[in-house]
Design a binder for this molecule. Structure first.
Ligand SMILES: Cc1ncc(COP(=O)(O)O)c(C=O)c1O
Length: 385
């Protein structure tokens, strides 16, 4: 830190210069991110609530009411009339909360001490963080030939130490939806906590269904589902950080509660203490602003772009890993190694990411990517070969 104060002008000048080094979503060249530009109205609301602290909700009763309303609205989208949960920083924190609830529940009601969680090979790495923090062992279930969790592999992985089974509605690498209905039944019959990570798919599957897309059931209408992660800061167009964790029952929050002596509440179940009310307020605003109709249009448009890219890639000789279920397309070229292709694309100033299983270029068709960007991308991909 400097000894003397610096003028706002000079500070802003320096910050602007550094900000110039960042990629800008608006250029449409960020192709591998699951985040996007938040809607301007959501940003406006966010700024109004920057001083609110939901860690001490008795001081911010209005903002706490807003968080409850957001949880209620997201719960309803997921077929749960009385949801419990919180708006947190993102999918990682939401998944950690779900795993913590499962572990504590199993410890309290089944006496399981050295617990295990069964996750698919395709699970987001946040579960590895959760297991590490919560002292749980990860048991990885295999994927089938379609890159979805293999149900038999899950069945075989169950032991008397299993505290949770996890399935994904919108995998990070390919955007695929696991066979959640079957897994829900297995979990229910074995009395095991079942968590669905819909961090990516949660803000689009319900709307695509509404538009007539044929998707399997993935939500609380399945009796085995105990919690679902849904991220407003992905397809919900809320500002970062906004993740959502929705629980079927209050008892899952209760088993995580610790005393919080100096606050306006007696106990706290969230991982962080002081936490932003701005994320809840901005999510509330943007959900009202778009309504189901608005989100349905957005989700349809994303799928339209996804299918456009998929069809064109096939036309120009690229190999697409699978028919997209959500807005992710993963591909390779038969005559070039994936990382070399990724390097070539970065020379054309495209920012792509490479998936691990299978190894492929992975494009996430978020809201900032327009058809005109895709046309340019396809021209560049043609030029590479
Ligand atoms: C399926 C899934 N779960 C969890 C996460 C973690 O979300 P976040 O980066 O918001 O913590 C991601 C991130 O992309 C994801 O795709």
């Amino acid at each position: 830190m400097d000894d003397k104060p610096i003028s706002k002008h000079d500070i802003l000048k320096e910050l602007d210069e550094l900000h110039q080094l960042d990629y800008d979503y608006a250029d449409g060249r960020i192709l591998g991110s699951m985040c996007t530009q938040a809607h301007p109205f959501a940003k406006e609301v966010y700024c109004k609530f920057l001083d609110t602290n939901l860690g001490d909700p008795g001081l911010f009763k209005g903002t706490k009411f807003i968080e409850n309303q957001v949880i209620k609205s997201i719960g309803e989208l997921l077929s749960l009339n009385e949801p419990y949960g919180n708006i947190v920083t993102g999918g990682t924190e939401a998944n950690i909360m779900a795993v913590r609830a499962a572990r504590n529940h199993a410890r309290k009601y089944k006496g399981i001490v050295d617990g295990e969680i069964i996750i698919p090979d395709s699970a987001h790495f946040s579960f590895k963080k959760a297991a590490d923090m919560l002292n749980l062992k990860i048991v990885e279930a295999k994927l089938d030939n379609n890159y979805k969790i293999d149900v038999e592999s899950v069945r075989n992985a169950i032991s008397d130490k299993t505290v949770a089974i996890v399935a994904i509605a919108g995998t990070t690498e390919l955007g695929l939806i696991d066979p959640i209905e079957e897994l829900s039944e297995i979990a229910f019959k074995n009395n095991i906590y079942f968590h669905v990570d819909a961090a990516f798919g949660g803000f689009s599957i319900p709307f695509l269904k509404r538009a007539g897309f044929d998707f399997p059931v993935f939500d609380f209408s399945l009796r085995g589902v105990c919690s679902i992660t849904v991220d407003p800061h992905k397809m919900g167009l809320a500002p970062i950080p906004a993740g959502g964790i929705i629980f079927r029952k209050q008892e899952y929050l209760d088993v995580m509660a610790v005393d919080s002596p100096y606050l306006t509440i007696k106990t706290q179940s969230t991982i962080v203490g002081t936490r932003l009310g701005a994320s809840s307020a901005a999510t509330y605003a943007i959900m009202k602003y778009f309504g189901k109709e608005g989100y349905t249009e957005i989700a349809k448009n994303l799928m339209d772009n996804t299918n456009y890219l998929y069809d064109n890639l096939i036309d120009i000789g690229y190999e697409v890993i699978c028919k997209p279920e959500l807005n992710i397309v993963a591909f390779n070229h038969p005559d070039m190694e994936t990382n070399e292709l990724a390097d070539k694309l970065s020379q054309y100033n495209w920012n792509v990411s490479v998936s691990k299983c299978p190894v492929a270029i992975r494009i996430v068709l978020m809201n900032h990517i327009k058809k005109s960007n895709l046309k340019e991308l396809i021209e560049d991909l043609k030029e590479i070969f």
